[in-house]
Design a protein around this ligand. Structure first.
Ligand SMILES: [Zn+2]
Length: 340
């Protein structure tokens, strides 16, 4: 099925370090999502070339992960564009709280940017002479938004739906719900008459029922054992680091992983790597909870989060390296792990 886009809309398919950008040229010009910071000069060049001398009037973000808004600051500096972000993130962006935003937790970078307006589910906006509904898409990110143009049947899905899957369900790593939200978001997408999806990563596609079926089956797999979601998160984070740096010394990887809070959360959840008990404190902790359950103090015991011991990062680094090499997503050359 050919996926056709309205004439006022073009998609820059970027890859996995930078999310796709959607450019609208109408009475006003607008861009949805701006890529990762290390690609910001390329983002600026793509936008400038496509605009052919016009200015970028507006910038909109589907959500504020670093690969979707890392070019915001550069675009704002170049164009002074009016910027709209998800309403739930406004306070964090205004205060530039890198802990509450995801940058510190994931070990990723994002230069500080400002905003002029917020978007919330139920809002509508005009982009490229078309009317777009704003819908909530929690799951991958609790505050993510979808943009849907009913007239053209086009859905800008961010990381809520890709042709093969969706983004890592980050909330579950922090012990917050995400699987049910992901399901509800897929259900919502299923109720839209979307004929073309512009995903946050990968090519534009038209087989929406097929993509939804694959996404549901992936969700069943991940939610069947939350450790799978945690393992996937570690692989994705290491791949992201590789895309960003191009090469990482194998000897440095454990320390690098230990510096990323989301990896520590994932490791606590994984509790073992490939069947090996690399997480002895985790097992001890589980037993302690079992014992505590009998004397009624289970909640207290569960809330103490044991520190992850350093040698566990060695095992995790080895496991993640092997997993990426097996998946042809990385290769080893001497002392280096290289992007493939
Ligand atoms: Zn994302």
């Amino acid at each position: 099925m050919t996926a056709r886009l309205p004439a006022s809309m073009q998609v820059f398919e970027r890859g996995w370090l930078s999310a796709n950008n959607v450019l609208f040229i109408g009475e006003e010009t607008a861009l949805v999502d701006s890529g990762y910071v290390t690609h910001a000069p390329q983002t600026l060049a793509l936008v400038r070339h496509a605009l052919g001398g016009r200015a970028l009037d507006r910038l909109v973000n589907t959500h504020l992960h670093s690969d979707h808004c890392g070019g915001n600051a550069a675009l704002q500096a170049a164009y002074g564009c009016h910027t709209a972000i998800p309403a739930a993130e406004a306070g964090k962006v205004a205060a530039w709280d890198e802990d509450a935003l995801s940058y510190r937790a994931t070990g990723q970078q994002c230069p500080r940017f400002g905003f002029d307006a917020v978007l919330a589910p139920g809002d509508a906006l005009e982009l490229g002479g078309l009317r777009w509904q704003v819908l909530g898409a929690p799951g991958h990110d609790p505050h993510a938004l979808l943009l849907f143009c009913a007239e053209e049947g086009v859905l800008i899905a961010g990381d809520a739906l890709w042709e093969n899957g969706f983004g890592v369900i980050f909330p579950e790593l922090a012990g917050e719900p995400g699987f049910e939200e992901t399901r509800a978001t897929l259900d919502l997408i299923g109720t839209l008459d979307a004929r073309v999806v512009v995903p946050g990563h990968g090519r534009v596609f038209g087989d929406v029922p097929g993509a939804l079926a694959r996404a549901y089956s992936r969700l069943v797999y991940l939610s069947g054992d939350p450790r799978r979601n945690a393992e996937n998160a570690v692989k994705v984070l290491v791949k992201f680091l590789l895309l960003e740096r191009q090469r990482i010394a194998l000897a440095d990887l454990p320390v690098l992983l230990a510096s990323i809070p989301v990896v520590a959360s994932a490791l606590r959840m994984i509790g073992r790597v490939d069947g090996e008990p690399v997480h002895p404190t985790g097992y001890a902790h589980t037993r302690r909870v079992d014992r505590a359950a009998k004397d009624g103090s289970a909640v207290h015991a569960f809330n103490e989060r044991p520190p992850v011991e350093n040698d566990q990062y060695d095992a995790l680094a080895t496991w993640a390296t092997n997993a990426l090499v097996r998946a042809s997503a990385a290769r080893i050359d001497g002392p280096w792990l290289l992007d493939n």
